[in-house]
Design a protein around this ligand. Structure first.
Ligand code: ANZ
Length: 966
């Protein structure tokens, strides 16, 4: 084998980049007849130097862009800069530099670094959010929303960072601290601009469903929107004016309310404080609460709280009066800031009740449908519904309880009985003990709760549905009468310890009873049969909820965690809000012909309290007076930078358009974005804001589709060499420039591709050895390809190439670039074994390498054929599919993520073939229950996941199946 040389990466990379620039290779022809593909990467904040995290963000999508072009697509792969924002302003405050100059300097530096990476961006479409040609349209779009009532001013308590001297969006407050500087956040009342994202909450949820996103990304958005269906109920204050309105997701539990809780910041607290005898204690509690963060409060480890003594609230369903507490596990900002507490069915209420000695009243019985043994419920047969008792009878002397071993059927049970008309459960307990066991002196010592048993009574040959009241009885002594022959024939009386009961009891309800006897009652938070609930007793709780709300005079409502998007910032370096105020203070939009409404230059950057830096501009004031008249004043706030980034992907289509924010015809052709790659930190704010903004524009007929992005890929995280998340403050940032100098951009790119699957949550440490070994691999390729070509193609070599072509393509499609690189390694190893690799194989290899190591591939392509043009304009290599026939790989078939079997398929089998093979598996068709998969995720050679949309189950049904399994 030829000796391994190190290729001259500096010369090769420089030459390749010059060649691409000369050919203008990456310019997108938006009007081309080729299949369009819009690949978007989040436009970066121009912070200055590109670190390895940026490389990861851009170099890997770049590989995909190159791959797509070779597949014959017209690829739009643009770049720009999210160039407004706090750091520029902070630099201005700290070092006295002009934020615009600072920003432009950084952009200039980043452009150079992005080029050194070999990124194939279409630079002719570059945009910068701080450019007046761009923000003019941010302003125009804002005014469109304003015209349609979607941008509004309201007074609102806002989070204020005393250090950055700015209002923060709720999302920028982490645990009560400013996301940027870490200072403790304060609350202030200010008039602010909001975008009404809450109007879109339902659509943002519904339209999420069909998107081909990873489930955890969707879940994060769902949680952020936080939709809760429930009810508002009013608890009138006893002997006082007013009422407490609560929001509850479980109005079906209202008969079990034993107290009511107000959040410390609830407006009623201040008034009631003046009336309670324990005023000092309440005031002290309110003071202590202020120091806690929201997270600490919702965790509420100490279950702290204080009673408002002498204040009682009337339960609207039972008309009973219950005590009122102030406790900080209830948050002022959610729902109505007050809850009805149901300790029997809510964990937090339960713990609070236990700590404060408050009663626990069970109103829901879990439904246990027996699904094992001779008691298995017989679907479709008649059911007898009864009240019953389940009794633990304790020995007079030993730590044992009565258990019944049935004689005609394989059952082990506790003592049970049905409650007859006109008899109380307690009377039933005493009667059944005497009749069934002969013991004469039982005393009832406690009641544990109620469970619902739905089962087949084998000896009586009928289905039963028993509301079982669980009791504990104690025998005074061993006095016992002889048993009736009938009773004696039914079962044998045994004395068992609780441990022995474990394996003995066969009914699910009895097992639940045993658990309660051992550990005490635990709140049951599911739905089930209503107990002790007046006229609703016996009904399925979820089905009775609406009727209960009606009886209690409440109303059904839907609650969202999502708040309107606060977009005004008291900062300088942002898009000026294009609004002016008349002498009466009423807002007016700046007319379109005055846009861009320029950011003034003559400001004092030092933030000065509630007033925005723009208030210090003389020019801005004079501009307003001149254009609108005496007494008119400007809006001094600027827009949150998330507004800038909510629409930038539309601007790339027509970045220089002077008449519109983008071009309608081009948007129709190119939107939605085919694949959007970004960081997981943008899953909620940016991605949700952008979806909302685009939807709002769609309603105004300004954008062509309902959703802006089709696929969304979140990349993993690159860790520093120390295994910690890379960050300047930790001092573990890897500067790629040194690497590029030493080993070349291609080695760095290849290493980043190889480090792990891109489109999955993962953390990958950066190691020097990894990058060095990639460089060695590239040197091997260089040696292999540049060696003399004498070999001829054999079927074996052709098959090795075909295998690599199929696998690199399939993996690249799904951004599994790590395994694509592995496939390249296999091919290289195969070719190295030959005396000489044939030319066709070399050409295949170089083209497969092109997306990953674009510079070296360009160089080698030219070496192989000086006339061939750029490898990046070449077509992806083809292969004869017959070569792979008979070669199969095992593809795991999943239904909703659960593995149901395997199919053997050719590595390049199409999705349709894979689906057909999977559907032929009995286990798969059984799991589908005849449903058609709503989505198919196919990774050739590996996995086929069939996703079936959750059919909307009724709560009662879900309950039954859950109980059936237990
Ligand atoms: C009574 C009840 C009984 C509740 C029960 C639950 C179970 P989500 O799903 O998050 O919307 N809640 C309401 N407002 C609250 C607040 N400001 N701070 C803390 N907790 C609050 O949860 C709604 C449930 O959380 C409500 O339903 C209420 O407790 C509580 F068996 O009401 B529930």
């Amino acid at each position: 084998m030829a000796q391994r040389d190190r290729y001259d990466h500096q010369a090769i990379e420089k030459a390749a980049q010059e060649k691409w620039a000369a050919l203008d290779l990456y310019k997108t022809d938006l009007a081309s007849g080729k299949d369009p593909y819009y690949l978007l990467v989040e436009f970066p904040y121009p912070s200055g130097d590109l670190h390895i995290g940026h490389w990861y963000a851009f170099a890997l999508p770049d590989m995909y862009a190159r791959y797509l072009r070779m597949q014959g697509k017209e690829v739009l792969f643009p770049i720009g800069f999210d160039a407004f924002g706090l750091p520029a302003e902070n630099a201005a405050i700290k070092h006295g530099v002009d934020p615009a100059a600072w920003t432009n300097g950084n952009i200039e530096r980043m452009r150079g670094q992005l080029r050194s990476m070999g990124a194939s961006f279409d630079w002719s479409r570059e945009i910068a959010a701080c450019d007046p040609d761009y923000y003019r349209w941010t302003q125009w779009l804002f005014l469109k929303l304003y015209e349609h009532g979607l941008a509004v001013r309201k007074k609102a308590p806002v989070k204020w960072c005393p250090h950055d001297k700015t209002v923060l969006a709720n999302e920028q407050v982490i645990d009560g601290h400013c996301e940027r500087c870490g200072a403790e956040v304060e609350e202030r009342e200010l008039t602010q601009w909001f975008l009404k994202i809450t109007d879109y909450a339902d659509r943002l949820l519904a339209d999420l469903e069909p998107l081909p996103w990873r489930e955890e990304i969707k879940d994060a958005q769902r949680a952020w929107i936080g939709k809760s269906e429930g009810a508002k109920l009013r608890f009138a204050l006893k002997d006082h004016e007013g009422a407490i309105e609560v929001f509850t997701t479980r109005p079906d539990t209202v008969f079990g309310v034993t107290y009511v809780v107000l959040a410390p910041e609830h407006p009623l607290v201040g008034r009631l404080l003046e009336m309670v005898p324990n005023k000092a204690a309440v005031a002290a509690y309110l003071e202590a609460t202020k120091k806690k963060t929201e997270r600490e409060r919702s965790e509420n480890k100490d279950k702290s709280g204080v009673a408002l003594e002498d204040v009682m609230a009337i339960n609207p369903a039972t008309k009973e009066a219950v005590p009122v507490y102030v406790a900080d596990y209830v948050l002022g900002s959610y729902g109505t800031g007050a809850v009805m507490a149901v300790p029997a069915h809510d964990e937090r209420d339960f713990e609070f009740a236990r700590k404060n000695g408050l009663p626990v009243k069970q109103v829901i019985a879990q439904r246990f449908v027996q699904s094992t043994g001779p008691g298995t419920f017989r679907e479709g047969e008649p059911v007898q519904e009864k009240d019953g008792v389940i009794v633990f009878v304790r020995h007079w002397d030993e730590d044992k309880y009565i258990a019944l071993k049935w004689k005609q059927v394989d059952w082990g049970t506790l003592l049970t009985g049905t409650v007859d008309e006109g008899v109380t459960p307690e009377e039933t307990v005493l009667k059944e003990i005497q009749e069934e066991t002969g013991y004469q002196k039982p005393i009832i010592v406690g009641k544990l709760g109620v469970v619902d048993g739905i089962f087949y009574h084998d000896p009586k040959k009928t289905n039963k549905h028993v509301h079982g009241h669980i009791y504990v009885a104690q025998l005074e002594d061993g006095e016992r009468a002889a048993l009736d022959a009938d009773e004696d024939a039914k079962h044998e009386v045994k004395w068992l310890t609780l441990g022995e009961m474990d394996g003995f009891l066969t009914a699910d309800t009895h097992k639940q009873a045993l658990a309660w006897l051992r550990d005490g009652y635990k709140p049951y938070t599911g739905t089930g049969s209503l107990v002790d609930s007046g006229p609703f007793t016996g009904r399925i709780s979820s089905e009775a909820a609406a009727d209960i709300v009606a009886l209690a005079g409440g109303e059904m409502t839907t609650q969202y965690r999502l708040r309107d998007w606060l977009v005004s910032r008291q900062r300088y370096w942002g898009c000026p809000i294009p609004v002016v105020y008349d002498p009466q203070g009423a807002p007016h939009p700046v007319p379109a012909d005055h846009l861009p409404w320029l950011l003034p230059n003559d400001v004092d950057f030092a933030p000065g309290g509630a007033a925005s830096p723009l208030a210090s501009s003389k020019e801005l004031k004079e501009r307003v007076t001149k254009l609108f008249g005496e007494g008119w004043t400007p809006e001094y706030d600027t827009l949150d930078t998330f507004v800038d980034s909510s629409w930038y992907y539309t601007r790339y289509l027509d970045p220089k358009d002077e008449h519109d924010f983008s071009d309608q015809a081009l948007m129709k052709k190119w939107l939605p974005v085919d694949r959007y790659s970004g960081g997981s930190e943008h899953t909620t704010m940016h991605l949700l804001y952008a979806r909302f903004f685009y939807k709002a524009l769609h309603d105004l007929a300004l954008t062509p589709t309902k959703e802006p992005f089709n696929e969304r890929f979140n990349r993993g995280i690159i860790l520093g060499p120390d295994g910690q998340k890379m960050s300047k403050s930790k001092g573990n940032v890897v500067n790629p420039d040194d690497f590029v100098q030493k080993y070349g951009a291609d080695a760095v790119r290849l290493y980043l591709a190889f480090i792990g699957p891109y489109n999955e949550p993962g953390s990958y440490p950066w190691t020097l050895e990894g990058a060095v070994s990639m460089r060695k691999f590239l040197d091997r390729i260089n040696t292999l390809v540049t060696a003399e070509t004498t070999g001829v193609m054999t079927p074996g070599v052709a098959r090795a190439c075909a295998r690599a072509i199929a696998k690199v393509a399939a993996d690249t499609e799904r951004f599994k670039l790590n395994t694509a690189v592995s496939a390249l390694m296999v091919l290289v190893r195969d070719l190295e074994k030959l005396d000489s690799a044939p030319l066709a194989a070399k050409k295949d290899l170089v083209r497969l390498l092109a997306p990953f190591a674009p510079h070296l591939a360009e160089h080698l392509w030219q070496t192989l054929d000086p006339e061939a043009g750029s490898v990046h304009a070449a077509a992806w290599p083809a292969y004869d599919h017959a070569l792979l026939e008979g070669e199969t790989s095992t593809v795991a078939v999943q239904v909703n993520g659960k593995r149901r079997g395997d199919v053997a398929l050719a590595p390049d089998a199409s999705e349709a073939d894979a689906l057909a093979a999977a559907l032929a598996l009995p286990a798969v068709s059984a799991a589908l229950h005849g449903a058609k998969p709503s989505r198919v995720v196919y990774v050739p050679g590996r996995i086929l996941n069939l996703v079936v949309a959750n059919s909307q189950k009724r709560e009662g049904e879900e309950q039954d199946t859950a109980a059936g399994k237990s």
